[in-house]
Ligand binder design. Structure first.
Ligand code: FES
Length: 108
């Protein structure tokens, strides 16, 4: 499993990504969104598996579920599954704030 580290330190990450902000990150050949919610970070594919809506404005509830702004499908942020099984899973990636920066890992 490959790990990508963005920015140089924890402080750097917190200064460059404000609370609620979504940035685009290149992981190998794939671009993903990284969203900050408080001190938590979520990395996920950019387009909804249901019908391709851009997930930049998706809301993440209680750090557990992402809701697509188009039709309201909800994806579990741990395993990517649509909570009612209405579409394929969303690709989600681990994102951990460390003293070296923001580490993003998973299969790309
Ligand atoms: S495009 Fe996301 S729920 Fe339909």
């Amino acid at each position: 499993m490959k790990t990508y580290t963005i920015y140089q330190s924890q402080q750097d990450v917190l200064e460059k990504i404000s609370d609620g902000q979504v940035i685009t990150v290149q992981l190998g050949e794939m671009k993903v969104y990284v969203k900050r919610v408080g001190l938590s970070f979520f990395a996920f594919e950019r387009y909804c598996p249901h019908s391709g809506a851009d997930l930049k404005k998706a809301h993440i509830h209680e750090g557990r579920e992402l809701t697509c702004p188009m039709h309201g499908y909800c994806y579990d942020m741990v395993n990517g599954r649509e909570v009612r099984g209405r579409s394929r899973s969303l690709k989600v990636f681990g994102a951990i704030l460390s003293e070296n920066g923001l580490e993003i890992f998973g299969s790309y």
